[in-house]
Design a protein around this ligand. Structure first.
Ligand SMILES: [Zn+2]
Length: 151
């Protein structure tokens, strides 16, 4: 697989269990497939969150994502949590069933504490470790820290 960048799609259930996944062959597109719709439909009672990656960004929902989200909540008949995982972070938004009013807050929010599966989603998408993850790893492994604790 190496550094082959591609969009990856996860269906996530209760307890952050990954129910199903698939991937495109492109870093900027995730074309609809019959298999994906069937996977969503057959797991519709268990889906908590629908996530996909943008391996080269942006950390935002695309116009195509918006259309797909509308179609999905209309088909499922209930609000669904959607997320986009990019190299530098993750955003989430609940898509309501009804076409939201002008005053309604539909802004996506940056996720501070990412679930465990975002790492898997990034790896499957061919993304590099984020600078944030690298900084964290360095902080944890910093020899001075360890030396201080041993004294
Ligand atoms: Zn997208």
């Amino acid at each position: 697989m190496g550094s082959h960048l591609r969009e990856v799609f996860f269906l996530v259930g209760e307890g952050d269990v990954v129910l199903w996944s698939d991937a495109s062959e492109s870093p900027v597109r995730l074309p609809d497939t019959r298999a994906r719709w069937e996977a969503i439909w057959s797991r519709r009672e268990r889906i908590v969150e629908i996530a996909h990656s943008h391996p080269i960004g942006p950390i935002a929902f695309s116009r195509e994502d918006e259309t797909t989200m509308r179609a999905l909540v209309t088909a499922l008949g209930r609000p669904v949590l959607f997320s986009v995982v990019a190299p530098d972070g993750m955003i989430r938004r609940v898509e309501p069933v009804d076409e939201p009013g002008a005053g309604e807050d539909r802004r996506a929010r940056l996720v501070e504490d990412e679930p465990w599966w975002t790492r898997l989603l990034r790896l499957a998408s061919g993304m590099q470790e984020t600078s944030r993850t690298t900084d964290l790893a360095r902080a944890v492994a910093a020899p001075s820290e360890i030396a201080t604790k041993e004294q």
